[in-house]
Every structure is written in C-alpha cells, then in structure tokens.
Design a protein around this ligand. Structure first.
Ligand code: ZN
Length: 241
C-alpha cells in the first residue's frame, strides 16, 4: 500500500489534477484528504466532486465548514470572506451537505488525519513551531498524524518527550518516534515554492516523501480573474505565498 496525503486544494482544479496524475505515476494505491477542498480559487464544485468520487478518508477544513454554513464571515479577512461568499453560491445544497458531514478527525492504518491540530480541532489553531506541535502530540495516539491548514510543509518529530522540527524531503520513519506532518498545500502553497505539494507514505517501506508538482498556474489564475474573485488570489499562486 502507498498512500497519497493531500489537502488545502482550495478549488484549484489544475493543481488537483496534476497531483493526482503524479500520484498515479508514483504507484499510489490509497488516498487520504486533509480538508479545505474549497475556498480561494475558481473551481470549488469540480474539486469537491473529484474528491467525493474518490471515496477516500477525508477530514473537514475551516473553509469547508464556512462554505457549507450561512453564518456571517465578518471575523475572516476580507479576501477569504469574498472568496467564501462566492464559493457558497457555486455549491449545490447537496454539495454543501457533503461538506457539512465531513468528520474532524479520522484514523487510517497507523496514522491520524486532522486539518489543524488534534487538541481542539474545531478551534482551527495554527501549528507554526515545535511548541505548538508538542501540544498536539499529547492528543496523538498513532505513530503518525498528517495535517495541513498553514499551507507550509513541515515535519515535527517527538522522541523522549521532546519535539523537534526536521527539514527533509524524505523521512525514514523511526519505530520509537511520533511524527506530526504538515503535507503542504495542493492549491495555494505558501512556502515560496509555487508548485503543488503533497506527501506519499509507504507504511511497508516506512518512508514518507514530499512531492512538488508543476501545474498550469496561468490557467488557474485566468479563471480566478474571470470569476471576479480578488486579483490578489491570482497573484499569490505565482509567488507561492
Ligand atoms: Zn487552507
């Protein structure tokens, strides 16, 4: 079995298709989605239908929750709020219902999926350093937990009650360690690399590898402009910010 862990797709169809194509070429047999399927970019319904059709374990992201609600968006920044208002109008009642029913946490094989963090996942807290990661580890009962939310790929590792951040593209999984892995973002990377990002995990080989995939950024940007979404959302795809 080889798993592809992918999330923060954010309605970027070109990036999603490129990632799924890469995963299939890499011999991936199973998929798991870390949430934020919609929001920001121009193809929410198409991306939702692809992920729904895959029938893979999927957890809910904060944009999925907001896109399926009719609550006020006043507490969000104006760009995210504008995109979510637009997104709500693109999704059918049935599609919103599917988003609403997504679970916050799922366990698959020897790993857990959560969009933000395992301590109070409904608060959508951001894990930005090893101290934030340490709080998560207290609630992590599987050797590995995959997450997203910051759109920045990161590896946090816990051994002997200490959490450290590791920089690597390939991880050889150690038996006595715990891992909290941010798989990066398919549809809106923010680490300065504009390519789509996801992780492949092979439990038998005990290896995880980060993949970066080129996709048609210009096409995704043109759709954002044509939809009347904020220009800044198109610009940031080119910058990977
Ligand atoms: Zn996100």
């Amino acid at each position: 079995m080889r798993f592809a862990l992918f999330g923060d797709i954010h309605a970027n169809l070109e990036a999603l298709e490129a990632v799924l194509e890469d995963a299939s070429q890499m011999g991936v047999t199973n998929y798991a989605c870390l949430g934020d399927i919609v929001g920001y970019n121009a193809d929410p319904a198409a991306c939702l239908e692809i992920v729904r059709g895959m029938k893979c374990p999927t957890v809910k992201g904060n944009h999925d929750e907001e896109a399926a609600a009719n609550t006020s968006l006043d507490n969000m920044n104006s760009v995210a709020a504008a995109a979510l208002e637009w997104t709500r109008r693109q999704l059918s009642a049935d599609q919103q219902q599917w988003l609403k029913r997504l679970q916050m946490v799922r366990q698959v094989a020897d790993f857990t999926l959560v969009h933000s963090t395992l301590d109070q996942p409904q608060n959508w807290d951001y894990v930005s350093n090893r101290f934030d990661a340490l709080a998560n580890f207290s609630y992590q009962f599987t050797p590995i937990c995959f997450h997203g939310h910051t759109h920045v790929p990161r590896i946090y590792m816990k051994t002997d009650n200490k959490a450290v951040e590791v920089a690597a593209e390939l991880i050889e999984v150690e038996a006595r360690a715990k891992y909290f892995i941010n798989v990066g973002s398919v549809g809106q990377p923010r680490d300065g690399d504009s390519r789509a990002c996801y992780v492949i995990y092979d439990p038998e080989q005990r290896q995880m590898v980060f993949r970066r995939v080129d996709y048609d950024i210009a096409k995704a940007q043109a759709k954002i402009i044509a939809a009347g979404l904020p220009q800044m959302l198109a610009d940031r795809l080119g910058e990977g910010r």
